[in-house]
Design a protein around this ligand. Structure first.
Ligand code: FAD
Length: 391
């Protein structure tokens, strides 16, 4: 059943389900699992205690499994704590030579990396450069899993995201651009639900954790479009990572530990220039097909504004661990959008790509989460369907 439902090309993408599963399981997942444990990718800078701009009554999390362990200052890599001196400011950004008509260019300047920057991402709401309120979190110590966060607070966030910021498109809607935001958010939502199902508190008294396949079925598998959107989001983020291959390959992964940093660099290279991936799925998503209509620039600006609202909503997530992963993954998606649609405001010239260190960390960790979700869904769907049928 599973193979019939998810056969052929992933909607609006360029690779089929079978290829995505094999390339993920054989190549991407093992590399990403190792990459996210490296010192560079495991420390994420985040503002955890935030004022919610929409519902000021929302307080901190009440659930035990929600709290986040912050890192003691001494644990954070020294170069992360230093103010970047090579970082470029907004004034340093220069436009590349004019590109031919196509609104979106598939390439990124091959002399790509010029230092991590300190400029805010136009797709996200957070002032990520405001160091005073930021703390570092070791992601390895704070896995995304079941926290018990649910009820009105969780519901109204998802409701606000879908109703106000990315309304479900009518089924006859053929415009890919309008579907894009909904599909990305729905794919992320599926991935969050998959992580809840894969690491669930089965018995509180004995603190027993394990898979909850009924939950996996009820929240994700029962709705084929949620599975499709998960694959779509995975391919979109993978496209961003491969589009930024030169940049990521040349980037500095300095944490003050040369041996570890060389390993990080080598894993990044294996990920972004992977011959198996290039052979099987060279263009996971084709952005050059988007924004070509007359109202392309307005559409892009509207979607950027909606995405910023979604990013602001993350400050209202009433559970600290969920907020951590919500913020990381929304920043990761914002970074993927920034890379895939790297255009200036006039929609004409490509800006040379510039990333903050934290954006690269969010992007890779998001890709890893999506890769885990795709693998879990692929491996567990037949068993989960049997469990539900047997009830
Ligand atoms: P919800 O998942 O809350 O869904 C609400 C409604 O959205 C559904 O009724 C359905 O109509 C629609 N919907 C559901 N899935 C999709 C989809 N994929 N695509 C389109 N529409 C959909 N809980 C944890 O235990 N751990 C976490 O790490 C965690 N992180 C979170 C991060 C964020 C940003 C938010 C907002 C919530 C998080 N939660 C987390 C809570 C979790 O997502 C659920 O809200 C909660 O478990 C209650 O689930 P539910 O069954 O009521 O449906």
């Amino acid at each position: 059943r599973d193979s019939r439902k998810y056969a052929g090309i992933v909607e609006d993408c360029c690779c089929d389900y079978e290829t995505v599963n094999s390339i993920n399981e054989e190549v991407l997942h093992p590399i990403l699992q190792e990459l996210v444990t490296t010192p560079f990718f495991r420390y994420f800078k985040v503002k955890l205690w935030c004022d919610c701009p929409f519902w000021p009554d929302d307080g901190m999390c009440r659930f035990r499994d929600c709290t986040v362990c912050e890192c003691p200052e001494s644990e954070v890599p020294e170069p992360f704590r230093r103010k970047s001196s090579s970082g470029l400011s907004a004034d340093d950004m220069i436009c590349q030579e004019g590109k031919p008509q196509a609104a979106v260019d598939r390439t990124i300047d091959s002399k790509a990396f010029r230092g991590w920057i300190e400029v805010d991402n136009p797709w996200t709401y957070d002032d990520e450069t405001d160091d005073a309120e930021m703390t570092y979190v070791n992601l390895q110590l704070n896995p995304e899993r079941y926290t018990g966060y649910s009820g009105r607070s969780a519901w109204r966030i998802w409701d606000a995201i879908y109703k106000e910021n990315c309304p479900k498109y009518p089924s006859e809607e053929f415009c890919q651009e309008k579907k894009l935001l909904y599909k990305l958010i729905s794919g992320l939502h599926s991935s969050i639900s998959v992580h809840i199902a894969s690491d669930y508190l089965l018995d509180e008294s004995s603190n027993l954790w394990g898979h909850n396949l009924e939950l996996l079925y009820d929240r994700v598998l029962k709705y084929p479009d949620r599975v499709r959107n998960l694959y779509f989001t995975f391919l979109f983020v993978l496209r961003a990572v491969t589009k930024a291959a030169d940049y990521l390959e040349q980037a500095e992964y300095d944490t003050g530990n040369p041996q570890e940093d060389l390993k990080t660099q080598s894993l990044v290279r294996q990920l972004v220039y992977n011959p198996k991936l290039q052979a099987a799925c060279p263009l996971p998503f084709d952005e050059a097909k988007l924004w070509q209509g007359e109202n392309g620039p307005e559409l892009k600006q509207q979607i950027q504004k909606q995405f910023r609202n979604i990013s602001a909503l993350m400050d209202c997530v009433g559970c600290e661990k969920c907020r951590l992963w919500g913020k990381l993954q929304v920043l990761g998606l914002g970074t993927a959008l920034k890379i895939v649609f790297s255009l200036d405001d006039q929609n004409q010239l490509n800006q040379p790509l510039q990333l903050q260190r934290n954006e690269a960390i969010a992007l890779i960790n998001l890709l890893n989460r999506l890769s885990e979700s795709v693998k879990f869904v692929h491996e567990m769907a037949p068993t989960a369907e049997k469990v539900v049928e047997g009830k």
